[in-house]
Design a protein around this ligand. Structure first.
Ligand code: MSP
Length: 588
């Protein structure tokens, strides 16, 4: 199975901020998990959307040519994504020839088939968003831009249209056959509601005039007086990048299925393609884009090569980061810019920033507030007092009681309730509906490390199948919590004081510490897609760097092929995460 994961391509005129970084991080974490799951090649794409009129006007204002300006800002995005340690396999810029030539080819085919046709358009236009709004939407917004609040303008022009109206029933069928095509469900229902209102054809070109701002962009093939609307150009990036011989298998082939689309794709050993976006650009991705792809594929009937073109498997549309309950916007000047994320990374480490954004972010339909207080709380609970403290506690005990050599559990991986010093109350699940590791232990009335590990791996797989990256990460932290409970209930530090008089205690101590270390190794694997650098440090100290190509299932097998080996060294290592003082001000 191939796995293709994309982010939106970001407007090159903006400066990178938390929103761009967040979607790219979610996609990055998913890509890292998928590489670990090892079901097949993974391709992760991000990039910049460059053919907007504003690029030309900003370039002019800064005494540069449009492409110079685009080069400079695209480099800022590339730098920002390198800073957050995004593992993207490519970075597309829509001004690159490899993209432009493909777009011309796609649009030519669609003009020939009649899916794109010339006409006249009159309507309400949001100059800032470079977007026409339907009468209903314009009226709902009181004929003002929803973003800037500036009045919409009435525009009329000759242009090319895409025959979106012709795809209404096919889209409806696709939604019905593929219940997970748009996620989360709240977003899917929103799209379905709007779809029921009916679809109009959409203008997909803009006139070229003497104004240099209108001269940037890809010309409509065969008509130099028109350029392709920036959104149509941009959407095609997802296809253009993989529309070359060795990458084409990443694009899903045609064919709908009544099964969950991804299950069907897996069964047919095909590509699963996920577009991660936010709610602002859902309509383009959930309706216009699939219809464009259907239209492109239809051109195969006119002899084109596009019979390979299917639809993306899922469009995943998360909510927004907000700040102190308010939308972040240019006018409020309250964006969390890349510099602020850098300041957090300098103080708390980049992986701590990744962890906070990934686990506390607006992955579902509800917006998430960025708050310094919450950052420190999560940092201390999950990282400093969580994985950081647990690994150092266990490393210290192995050093102190066994000279830094991992002792042997001698097959003792399961503890009956009476072997655990005192009864521990079950932890509430971290998320409603979750079955936490502690819950598994309590159900079984014992602590069975192999079962905890295999159940956790199963849960992580399920979370990933439903694209719940945050839930998958929490599973790793739950193992850490389970280790802490286990240490508290078996009290190895007390046991250690009795080993001189009672040799059996040494074996018990050995087993307890082996189990703790092995459980933490598995936790570190599960946490690594969010915290690749910090977990690599644990692996270095504990000599357990996963070999390239080892799969998540194998790595999560407690005492399995990649388990810690009795007798191997476990170095104490340095402190992974220093505790943070909640009274400290936010780094700026
Ligand atoms: N260029 C278009 C996308 C074309 S994709 C074929 C565009 N660019 S954008 O720069 O405005 O980026 C929008 C995306 O940035 C959102 O969909 C989301 O991924 C991310 N975010 C921007 N602000 C955000 C928040 N406040 N919170 C979370 N993500 C947000 O639209």
């Amino acid at each position: 199975m191939q796995r293709y994961i994309t982010t939106p391509i970001y407007y090159v005129n903006d400066r990178p901020h938390i929103g761009h970084c967040y979607t790219t991080l979610v996609a990055d974490c998913m890509a890292r998990f998928e590489r670990l799951r090892g079901a097949g090649p993974v391709f992760f794409l991000t990039g910049t959307d460059e053919h907007a009129d504003k690029v030309v006007t900003s370039a002019q204002a800064n005494g540069m040519t449009a492409i110079q300006w685009a080069d400079r800002n695209a480099a800022e995005f590339a730098k920002a994504f390198a800073f957050i340690n995004a593992s993207n396999d490519d970075f597309i810029r829509t001004t690159q020839d490899r993209h432009k030539t493909r777009v011309i080819e796609y649009v030519s085919a669609m003009i020939k088939s009649g899916a794109i046709y010339p006409g006249t358009y009159e309507g309400w236009y949001d100059e800032n968003q470079e977007e026409y709004l339907t009468e209903t939407v314009a009226k709902d917004q009181d004929y003002k831009s929803s973003v800037t609040g500036k009045p919409l303008v009435r525009r009329s022009e000759k242009c090319y249209f895409f025959k979106l109206s012709a795809y209404q029933s096919r889209l409806e069928k696709h939604f019905a056959d593929n219940p997970t095509f748009v996620q989360p469900d709240a977003r899917r229902n929103e799209v379905l509601g709007r779809l029921r209102d009916g679809l109009n054809d959409v203008p997909i070109s803009r006139p070229v005039t003497d104004d240099p701002a209108t001269q940037f962009g890809i010309r409509v093939p065969g008509d130099e007086q028109h350029r392709i609307y920036v959104w149509i150009d941009a959407l095609f990036n997802y296809l253009s990048v993989v529309d070359i011989d060795d990458r084409r298998p990443f694009w899903p082939s045609p064919g709908t299925s009544a099964l969950r689309a991804e299950v069907a794709a897996k069964q047919r050993n095909e590509s699963v393609c996920t577009h991660f976006i936010a709610k602002d650009i859902l309509w383009f991705h959930a309706v216009i884009w699939p219809a464009m792809l259907m239209a492109l594929r239809d051109t195969a009937a006119h002899g084109t090569r596009f019979d390979f073109v299917g639809l993306p498997t899922t469009v995943y549309s998360h909510a927004y980061w907000v700040r102190e309950g308010r939308k972040m916007s240019k006018s409020l000047k309250n964006f969390i810019e890349i510099e602020q994320l850098e300041a957090y990374a300098n103080k708390y480490s980049l992986d701590a920033v990744r962890w906070y954004l990934l686990t506390q972010g607006p992955l579902n339909a509800t917006d998430a507030d960025f708050s310094h207080g919450k950052f420190v709380e999560v940092y201390n609970a999950d990282l400093a007092n969580g994985i950081g403290n647990s690994t150092s506690r266990v490393g210290n005990m192995i050093e102190k009681y066994f000279g830094g050599m991992l002792p042997d559990a001698k097959g003792k991986f399961k503890y009956a309730p009476e072997e655990l010093g005192f009864k521990v109350e079950p932890m509430p699940p971290m998320k409603p509906g979750d079955k936490s590791a502690a819950q598994i232990r309590i159900d079984d009335n014992s602590t069975d490390w192999r079962l905890i590990a295999s159940k956790t791996a199963e849960d992580v797989n399920k979370s990933l199948d439903s694209l719940s990256v945050d839930e998958a990460l929490v599973a790793g932290i739950e193992i850490v919590r389970e280790v802490d409970l286990f240490i508290n209930s078996t009290a190895p530090f007390k046991l250690a004081k009795t080993v001189e008089q009672n040799p059996a205690a040494k074996n018990q101590l050995a087993a307890i510490l082996y189990n703790c270390a092995e459980a933490l190794r598995i936790a570190s694997v599960l946490l690594s897609p969010a915290m690749p650098q910090k977990m690599a440090r644990v692996w270095q100290s504990w000599n357990c760097t996963p070999p390239h190509g080892a799969s998540l299932a194998e790595l999560c097998e407690f005492g399995g092929k990649f388990a810690l080996k009795p007798g191997q060294t476990i170095a104490k290592g340095e402190v992974l995460f220093m505790r943070a003082d909640s009274a400290e001000a936010a780094p700026a």
